[in-house]
Design a protein around this ligand. Sequence first.
Ligand SMILES: NC(=O)c1ccc[n+]([C@@H]2O[C@H](COP(=O)([O-])OP(=O)(O)OC[C@H]3O[C@@H](n4cnc5c(N)ncnc54)[C@H](O)[C@@H]3O)[C@@H](O)[C@H]2O)c1
Ligand SMILES: O=C(O)C(=O)C[C@@H](O)[C@H](O)[C@H](O)COP(=O)(O)O
Ligand SMILES: [Zn+2]
Length: 371
Amino acid sequence: MAVIPVNIAGRPYEVRVGTGLVRDIAAQCAGLLRKQGVPIITDENVHAAWGDAVEASLRAAGHIPLWRILPAGEQTKSWDELAASVNWLLEHEVERGDHIIALGGGVIGDLTGFCAAVLKRGCKFIQVPTTLLAQVDSSVGGKTAINTPAGKNLVGAFHQPSLVLADLAVLDTLPRREVLAGYAEVVKYGLIDDADFFTWCENNAAAMLDGEPRFRETAVAHSVAAKARIVAEDEFETTGKRALLNLGHTFGHALEAETGFSSRLLHGEGVALGMVLAARYSARLGLMDSAEAERVATHIAAVGLPASIAALELGCNGETLVRHMLHDKKMDAGTLPFLLMRGIGRTYLDKSVALDDVAAFLDLELARVSA
Ligand SMILES: NC(=O)c1ccc[n+]([C@@H]2O[C@H](COP(=O)([O-])OP(=O)(O)OC[C@H]3O[C@@H](n4cnc5c(N)ncnc54)[C@H](O)[C@@H]3O)[C@@H](O)[C@H]2O)c1
Ligand SMILES: O=C(O)C(=O)C[C@@H](O)[C@H](O)[C@H](O)COP(=O)(O)O
Ligand SMILES: [Zn+2]
């Protein structure tokens, strides 16, 4: 097992990456759980695959699990589910010092973390991420949120977990499309500031995606360490450092909004497309060699992630996508800073991007005939 220490402003917690942590959840959480009823928020798919294992481990240790099983999918990150889940926690008399378990992907982690942030002005929670995306990204760093009709993650809080248990075994039941979506956030760390890791991804993605355990552990542990390092420098995204983690997301969130936060486009797929667009837009501005931008697109397409927004057949134009972007949380006095690249591993925040030029660029991409 790899243990990655996270230390955010003197508030340390561990991210444990290994195999069998879910079956051993009671021991992993020893000393953190109350006896009378351990609140676990999950979704229907995760409960079907891993609910019995969690139940057995907790009961064997003398705990009584209390399950809240939500519908799977992005629509669960909503005001309605937030209100209902908080009321459920109140009915079960969860106290500030108690831990809630978030057992699931990023949807469950974001929603449960937000419940924990607002319940009694803040109680504790444990992230048990069950998707690759949640293991490498959403379970670490304390961003919690729900979506609103205006856009993605527009209501939320920064609230760090007490512990993260990333069990590689749970990825065995994850559908291939979801594994790929999570992989987009892995590649992101290479593109941000680690060109060697991008090369590692090019060389090992296929084996990692097929389930090679050594590569899976490397991908998860390396990603978590990268995220922990960045978040430790800028927990509340105020200096521009943490904003690097948003590479691909301004485009990606706009695409998610345009597709109605539906299963038509998963978050990780939107990020994959967004990173290709960020690379190509950087090349359009002369910041990055276009051959290097195409290296990004080639890798994204080679693993089986979407790399073409034309293929989405959105039926909208660039201006429509830019209008979604106006809800981006990075908006600052009417301008939208963009994550652009001076090369692979050389991402930076650019505050001089003209949105009408982005719209014109997107019009070309929406009509682009793939090679
Ligand atoms: N807080 C952050 O820092 C952060 C970072 C990245 C993404 N996110 C958010 O995370 C969300 C996406 O998360 P996600 O990609 O994990 O999606 P998800 O939570 O919707 O899970 C994907 C699908 O896989 C199923 N599933 C999960 N684990 C499984 C398992 N082990 N076996 C079988 N099925 C399983 C789920 O039921 C769901 O259908 C988005 O809302 C995104 O905004 C947040
Ligand atoms: O942790 C961060 O910071 C990130 O930006 C990670 C992203 O992968 C994640 O999707 C995050 O939820 C996006 O944040 P948002 O502030 O753009 O909603
Ligand atoms: Zn993301």
